[in-house]
Design a protein. Structure first.
Length: 168
């Protein structure tokens, strides 16, 4: 996965529209499906929890299918990219302890993965205006940069390949 520049204003606007559409769809879909199931299969005890839960599950699945189907639509490009980037960063973070240990020994793949993680995190945090921990990220990045200099390596986020995580 390559890091790309994202129009922050467009991304936020589209994300907000998608969130609102999902919430409204969930509310309307759950109520409609639950009421339909209750009308077709009434329960004498008056408890309709299972029909309400079924409505939530069915509506959630439908929303997930629709989002997945339209993830390549022009309106969804930035949002889908950020979702994918978060998944990639999560896979790296799950192996971060092993990666940091290997980076101390000069493993180029570990250094590339950590560098990509920091660059991707910086991108996400700037998109979400989460600037609180940017100082810590700068410290961590300086540490990786010093390791790269120690081993005479040049780290570029675009050189990262997710397949190297299998090594760790």
């Amino acid at each position: 996965m390559q890091l790309i520049d994202i129009n922050k204003k467009r991304y936020r606007r589209h994300l907000n529209y998608i969130i609102v559409a999902c919430v409204v769809s969930l509310i309307i879909g759950c109520l409609a499906i639950s009421q339909l199931l209750i009308a077709v299969f009434p329960d004498e005890s008056g408890s309709h929890f299972h029909w309400n839960l079924t409505g939530v599950v069915i509506t959630s699945l439908l929303i997930g299918l629709i989002l997945n189907k339209y993830r390549t639509h022009d309106f969804m490009i930035e949002v889908a990219y950020v979702w994918d980037l978060k998944q990639v960063l999560n896979r790296i973070n799950r192996k971060m302890l092993k990666l940091k240990a290997a980076a101390q020994e000069g493993n180029i793949n570990a250094l590339l993965a950590i560098n990509f993680s920091y660059a991707g995190s910086r991108l996400l945090w700037e998109l979400d205006d989460n600037l609180i921990i940017m100082d810590q990220l700068a410290i961590d990045q300086a540490e990786i940069d010093s390791l790269a200099m120690k081993y005479n390596l040049i780290l570029k986020a675009e050189d990262y390949d997710e397949a190297v995580l299998k090594e760790f």
